[in-house]
Design a protein around this ligand. Structure first.
Ligand SMILES: Nc1nc2c(ncn2[C@@H]2O[C@H](COP(=O)(O)OP(=O)(O)OP(=O)(O)O)[C@@H](O)[C@H]2O)c(=O)[nH]1
Ligand SMILES: [Mg+2]
Length: 290
């Protein structure tokens, strides 16, 4: 359960008598503080101001309803289900910066599909970080799904190649690939991701059915540039916002969809296997002021 993603907005509106320029400026500042980009915050508040005027809304607390509807409207186009492949195995490639929540998300998604009766395989394509393979292995045991691994330090693209062959041979219908955390400014590491992408395309005859960037909701505006760079390399199909339970700054969700126009497929709301939700614009907007 999420609460108060825009906690500070409520604080601005509470105890105010009238809607004036002062209040609207504070509202804009509060949006920016909640990780909405400055340009978008200005645009949102301007829209609210005009709407309040035409609808003769004068009570500050009524702005909450306007904001909630506005956020819901803004985000509704970015709801989208996960793609499944034309042929088995459906393949998801999960990527992102260090520590964003990739491995945990892989486990949650695996758990979800496995519980729905799919035969899921996890792929330990983070061969770089010490203990990354063991971490995924523990998750695979908990989920009760198979995992393909190689030695630490081996070529991640080769692990993926093996995994896709094994999935076909053993009848897995969903392959979820965990990759090493990386900064998108690191050329060689981005090339490594591109290579994984090419191996998948060669083996499946199509690109990975989902190329998912996991974004840590607590990262702030940085996340937008990073996402753009990952998108340039892998032509992302969607975003997963992890750690949304750990922030009062839900604004990143607005900024990033506005900038990148990519769907948000899932949100992570905790560390356990079931702390995963399909992204809902309505739910997100409702939880803003709770
Ligand atoms: N509160 C909360 N914590 C999360 C969530 N998702 C992941 N975490 C925590 O974030 C930390 C990092 O998660 P990982 O899944 O290991 O992140 P990663 O992106 O795989 O990290 P690297 O492989 O090192 O790049 C762990 O302590 C997780 O328990 C979430 O939705 N909510
Ligand atoms: Mg990891």
């Amino acid at each position: 359960m999420l609460r108060g993603l825009f906690r500070n907005l409520g604080a601005v509106l509470r105890g105010r008598a009238i809607i004036d320029d002062d209040l609207l400026e504070e509202l804009e500042a509060a949006l920016i503080q909640a990780d909405v980009s400055a340009a978008l915050a200005a645009q949102m508040v301007e829209e609210i101001r005009e709407q309040a005027e035409t609808e003769h809304i004068s009570e500050p607390h009524q702005l909450i309803g306007l904001l909630r509807d506005q956020v819901q409207r803004m985000l509704a186009p970015y709801e989208a289900p996960l793609n499944s492949g034309a042929d088995s195995p459906t393949t998801f490639l999960v990527l992102g910066v260090n520590g964003g929540g990739k491995t945990t998300t892989v486990a949650k998604v695996a758990h979800w599909y496995q519980a729905a009766g799919n035969k899921v395989m996890m792929v330990a394509a983070d061969t770089f970080r010490a203990a990354a393979i063991e971490q995924l292995e523990i998750w695979a045991q908990r989920v009760g799904c198979d995992m393909v691994r190689q030695q630490p330090g081996s070529d991640p693209a080769a692990v993926v190649y093996d995994a896709l062959k094994a999935a076909r041979a053993r009848g897995h219908n969903l392959v979820i690939i965990d990759t090493a955390g990386r900064l998108p400014t690191k050329r060689n590491l981005m090339e490594e991701l591109a290579k994984i992408g090419r191996v998948i395309e060669r083996e499946l005859g199509r690109r990975a059915d989902e190329r998912l960037l996991v974004i840590d909701a607590t990262t702030g505006q940085n996340a937008i540039n990073q996402a753009r760079q990952f998108h340039d390399t892998l032509d992302l199909t969607g975003l997963i916002i992890a750690k949304l339970d750990g922030t009062a700054k839900g604004g990143i969700v607005l900024s990033i969809t506005d900038e990148l126009e990519l769907p948000i497929k899932l949100v992570g709301i905790g560390e356990s296997l079931d702390a995963l939700q399909i992204f809902s614009a309505q739910q997100f907007a409702d939880q803003m002021f709770e």
